[in-house]
Ligand binder design. Structure first.
Ligand code: C5P
Length: 240
């Protein structure tokens, strides 16, 4: 039984406007991808495949290989693809055959706690073949139609908030199920417009059950400069 991780880090991070890929943006002196990889290792994961932007693959490998927390991890870096789904597929193909449980994690969720990573892995090991961490939604969410000429959007529906969960990563899967889900949805990966926005959606497309376990606010997705400030505060809080 070996748990492996796919760590996506190939996004451009244009919304962060840092001029470098988001995964390489520093948080308390360490790149987001390094924070995420360290936490996977501290949760007990040894096999980690990272998908990185083509022109940063070597620097990501250097960065992770030099880190003392990752000393006993086996790190592989592959080139990411045109969508997050493609980047996951590329990394999945590079995981050793011995890996039977896969955690798919985003470097953008750099502060996902060790306890969350272990909770997801434990749920998969206990027999749930597809597991996502999720939190109750506090906003009221509207489904809308395409925007009008003046930019206004018509509200179509208000889903019952109590049935909604905002899902995070890492998402955990039995390896064979995740392989099958990616193979079945492969043609969607060509562009972000058609790609699945998470891996669980590919499993759902196979009509296989996906289970939600308790998420964690610390696993916030760092997308904007404001998120980075929040992450800095969280890290400071964690160190106290
Ligand atoms: O862009 P967004 O924040 O939604 O990306 C989520 C995660 O997917 C990030 O960790 C990003 O690096 C990764 N990604 C990727 N390959 C892409 C697009 C995004 O690995 N083509």
């Amino acid at each position: 039984m070996t748990t492996g991780a796919v760590l996506t880090a190939a996004g451009s991070g244009s919304r962060l406007a840092a001029g470098i890929p988001k995964a390489l943006v520093l948080l308390d002196g360490a790149a987001l991808v390094l924070h995420a990889a360290r936490r996977l290792r501290l949760a007990g994961v040894v096999e980690i495949v990272v998908s990185a932007p083509a022109d940063h693959s070597a620097s990501v490998l250097d960065l992770l290989s030099a880190d003392s927390v990752l000393r006993e991890a086996r790190i592989t870096v592959v080139e990411g693809g045109a969508s997050r789904q493609a980047s996951v597929a590329a990394a999945l193909a590079a995981l050793p055959a011995a890996v039977d449980v896969v955690l798919v994690h985003d470097a953008a969720r750099a502060l996902a706690p060790v306890s969350l990573i272990q909770r997801v892995e434990a749920a998969v090991r206990s027999g749930h073949d597809a597991v996502v961490p999720g939190l109750p939604v506090t906003d009221t969410v509207k489904r809308v139609a395409a925007a009008n000429a003046d930019g206004a959007e018509l509200v179509r529906a208000t889903p019952d908030r109590s049935t909604l969960r905002a899902v995070q990563t890492p998402q955990g899967f039995a390896r064979d199920l995740l392989d099958r889900a990616h193979a079945a949805g492969a043609e969607r990966a060509a562009s972000e417009a058609s790609a699945a926005t998470d891996d669980a959606a590919l499993v759902e497309a196979l009509d296989r059950p996906v289970w939600v376990v308790q998420g964690d606010v610390a696993a916030l997705k760092i997308t904007t400069a404001q998120d980075l400030l929040v992450a800095e505060l969280m890290l400071r809080e964690e160190a106290r």
